[in-house]
Design a protein around this ligand. Sequence first.
Ligand SMILES: [Zn+2]
Length: 108
Amino acid sequence: MTVAIHTLDDGAWISVNDARRVSVSDLWLLARHDVCACEVADFLAEAFVSVSVADGDIAAKIAGRCILCGEESVTDWVTVGRVVDGEFHGVVPESVHIPRLRHRKSAR
Ligand SMILES: [Zn+2]
């Protein structure tokens, strides 16, 4: 099944299959990241700069700021949700996320 994703409103939203699904302004807890020196960053999302989908796994690079230390940065790929049987399921931003250097390539 094809999953269509893109950003809207200068990166304020991620649209999945033509519905606004993920918005900025959430705090994302990031571990094993390189956005700042904090062990776990409390990262305020300000814009989604890139989005990618592979096998229903939707990931984004997020521009924002760690509210603990004030450092501004862009994350590596963070999974923001999954599409299973055509249904979007978002992750919980406040749980701990580990950004990855590469979004996994589609097996197809
Ligand atoms: Zn920090």
